[in-house]
Structure formats: structure tokens, C-alpha cells
Ligand binder design. Sequence first.
Ligand code: PAF
Length: 274
Amino acid sequence: MKLCRRASELAGFQGTVGFVPTMGALHEGHLSLVKKCRETCDTAVVSIFVNPTQFNDPKDLANYPRTEEADLALLDAAGVDFVFAPSVEEVYPTPDTRVFDFGGLDRVMEGEHRPGHFNGVGQVVSRLFEIVKPDRAFFGEKDFQQLAIIRYMVAQLGLPIEIVGCPIVRDADGLARSSRNTLLSPEHRAAAPHIYAVLSDAATSLRGRVSVAEAKRIIAERIDANPLLETEYVEIASASTLQPVSEWGAARGDLRCFVAVHAGDIRLIDNVAI
Ligand code: PAF
């Protein structure tokens, strides 16, 4: 495995190039993307870069876990060929002032609650695509909205890159794997699986029985019944357009429930098909 700090060191790729962009603090979710990449591409490239432009909260950026040594050991064991772990200056030699139009996909849910977040994701992912030039790139469905926005961006920019979405990886107790989970206090870590317990029950029990508005209210109420959790939003939206719906019959049944929940200082997101 070759560790590259500079874009110019990324040379000697062979065959189809697969790419997994990450912000490090790797866990089983990332490793499932790497595995898919390794299985389906000749050259596997992973980036580790905590992108400052996608953090709308400077405290969140400062606290984001950084575990490079452990990450490199995991990637080496997973058979990765190249790791790109650049400095901020390498990715952004000059400040990136581009403003993306994501066709409204970024105006709901995470986009509404984290202003500027998806523009920063667009900046870094397009920049990394420019540097790595992959044939295929792999993203997790935990960040379902991010995945939809990247698909949109790739189509809009006419990039010849196949975007591969991979299922959410969960701990045995149901908590969706996230780098932020390591920041949870033991009490909040114990409380956090309640989010998926509520979502998975709602996925089968609420649709068609109560209105969409009532379902969202019930889901928030059930999550907040745990005193260590506080719902920021619950949305039921089309999985393809991400637009919130008010009727179950909308979007040809292709619906997902999306939540953001505070567990103490840590903000967790999750989603399920409903
Ligand atoms: O999902 C992430 O970890 C990040 O948003 C990404 C895609 C690596 C861009 O910084």
C-alpha cells in the first residue's frame, strides 16, 4: 500500500480504478465500502481527509476524531493499493469559492439543518474526483442525502464515474456505524440504539395506519422518550427526489424515514425504508 500526501504521487494505477473517499476514523461501514471496491476494481484508492469546508460548526471540525495510524493499518489489511491523505493546502491551493446547484436536493433535511454542508461536500468530492480520476466511487447509504447529491453532481458535471451506494452497516444493537459514535459518552452510547429500534418498528407499523404528519410526530415522541436523546428532525421523503411527502401514496411508495438526533453533544443521523 502506498501512502500519498501529494496529488502528484498518485501514479501507476492499473485497470479500473475504485475510490472510497473518507474523513478517516474508519469503522466497519467504511471497510464494507473498501471491500466492495477491492472486489470490483483493479486498483483500490482510499482518501483520508477531514474536509473543513463541509463543517458548518467549527467545534464539530475541531472535535472530529482523527486516527490516521490505526486507519492506515486497517486499509493495509484490507488490501488497499493507494491511500491519499493530503493537507488542506494540497486539496485547496486557493480557497474554493464554487457554489453548487444541487437542484433542491440540498434544501431539505441535512441541507436545511447544516447550512453550507453539502456545498462543502460538493467541493471536496469534485476536487478528489479530479485528482484520483476513478472509474467507480463508493458511498454509504447512512449519508443517503449525500449519496443522492453526489449522483446528481456527477450527472450534472458529466463525469464518467459510476457511483455505487452501499447499505448501512450497523452494530449488533442496531446503531448505524459512524465515526462520531466513538465520541459518545458510555451513557449516550447505551441510549443510541433506541433510534434504530424506533425507526425499524415505525418502518413496519405506521405506514397507512396514521397520517404521515402523525407518523413523524410519533417517531419523534418515541425517540425523545429516552431522556438522553433529542430529535432534531424526523422526515418522511421520497428516496429518489428526497422531497418530503405528506401522503403515503406519494412517490410511488418509494419512501424513507430520515432522522437527526442529538445524543448529548453528538449529532447522529439514520434512515430506513418505510
Ligand atoms: O461521508 C464522508 O465521510 C464525507 O462527507 C466525504 C464523502 C468523505 C467528503 O468529505
